[in-house]
Design a binder for this molecule. Structure first.
Ligand SMILES: NC(=O)c1ccc[n+]([C@@H]2O[C@H](COP(=O)([O-])OP(=O)(O)OC[C@H]3O[C@@H](n4cnc5c(N)ncnc54)[C@H](OP(=O)(O)O)[C@@H]3O)[C@@H](O)[C@H]2O)c1
Length: 327
């Protein structure tokens, strides 16, 4: 019998997977430490269809049994801390499936948990969470899954059993790099211009920047051994057109004052650029600008905190996140 399935992180992807896998694997949602009701009464919305599901959940501090099978659905910047937070409750040979955008966090897990079976996924599913107990399956996509280390696991069979379109791939890092270069051309620029994806192609300055970012990304990734049949700009422009009305996840995070997944996307590209000696000034400038904006926002929030409550503007920042760019 397969070990119980846990899902770490009850955000958009965590709730989507919990809902889809409930009928086939009855997963347990692992939440931040704290007291949680034993079941989350979750609504899954898919077009006009609405389904109510009772999902088992508990705070990571309430875990008693070893976690042997785990899907990690935190943002890239939280993965390592979240897994380390499980401590000895994470079985040394646990099977892990990582569902993060960008690159770098997956390799960090491989290094930190050498005894675990580690798989990574690159997913074009679209989900958002309008309320803590509701997830909207906004766009059907394809999830590619590949092994990074350790024993073989049938994650593809599990996700397919849950009704998700899924395929096994040999070179998951190539797929992650392919998604990273599209994300690197669209997401930070939508934050810089505070615009929807499609508007990037309507604003000459944004489109020109996207072309320069694309040329740099192609050169950096080629130096790192990743080549693609189509230039990054062409692919990103096609995605921007297909998702013209969408607000990118990074812009949603920026508007909500949440940390951005910038490190795993532009940050990783810049690391590769440095490693291979390929110039990437456009990405570096964009990264620096978004980090500076985040620092400015934190400074504003800090001075607001220093003022009397009656004069304070906006919410105080979450100290747990205070060193991360929030756009
Ligand atoms: N949403 C999509 O459509 C989609 C599609 C493809 C790929 N992805 C990728 O999937 C990943 C997850 O995205 P998402 O949209 O689901 O993000 P999200 O909505 O921000 O969810 C992340 C969740 O992880 C939780 N978390 C963080 N640290 C934790 C810890 N130590 N213990 C327990 N829970 C913890 C967060 O809790 P708090 O709320 O308390 O911070 C949050 O609920 C990202 O890398 C994203 O790029 C998302």
């Amino acid at each position: 019998m397969a070990a119980p399935l846990y899902i770490l992180g009850a955000g958009s992807m965590g709730l989507l997977l919990a809902a889809r896998l409930q009928p086939v694997a009855a997963p347990v949602l692992l939440r931040r430490p704290g007291r949680w009701p034993a079941r989350l009464q979750l609504t899954l919305q898919d077009g006009e269809a609405r389904q109510r599901l009772a999902i088992a959940q508990l705070g990571t501090d309430a875990l008693r049994d070893p976690v042997e099978r785990l899907i990690v659905c935190t943002k890239a910047y939280d993965v390592l801390l979240a897994l380390q937070g499980l401590g000895s409750r994470l079985a040394p040979n646990a099977a892990l499936l990582l569902i993060q955008n960008g690159m770098g966090s997956q390799q960090a897990v491989v290094r930190a948990f050498p005894g675990c079976s580690v798989y990574a996924a690159s997913s074009t599913e679209g989900a958002y969470r309008p309320a803590p107990d509701c997830v909207v399956h906004a766009g059907r996509g394809l999830t590619r899954v590949g092994r990074l280390q350790g024993e073989a696991q049938d994650w593809v069979g599990l996700l397919r059993a849950g009704g998700l379109d899924c395929e096994a791939v040999e070179a998951i890092d190539w797929h992650l790099a392919g998604k990273l270069r599209v994300n690197a051309l669209i997401n930070p620029l939508t934050v810089l211009h505070d615009c929807r994806n499609g508007e990037l192609l309507e604003r000459p300055a944004a489109e020109a920047a996207m072309r320069r970012l694309g040329a740099e990304a192609d050169a950096v990734l080629a130096a790192a051994g990743y080549t693609f049949p189509e230039p990054a700009f062409e692919q990103a422009a096609a995605v921007a057109r297909q998702t013209a009305a969408n607000i990118s996840s990074m812009l949603q995070d920026a508007r909500a004052g949440r940390p951005l997944e910038l490190e795993a996307i532009t940050g990783h590209l810049l690391e590769l650029a440095q490693l291979h000696g390929v110039p990437a000034p456009e990405h570096a400038a964009l990264y620096a600008e978004l980090v500076a904006r985040a620092a400015g926002r934190q400074e504003t929030a800090a001075s607001a905190r220093a003022r009397p409550a009656s004069q304070a503007a906006g919410p105080a920042p979450d100290s747990r996140r205070s060193r991360r760019p929030t756009g």
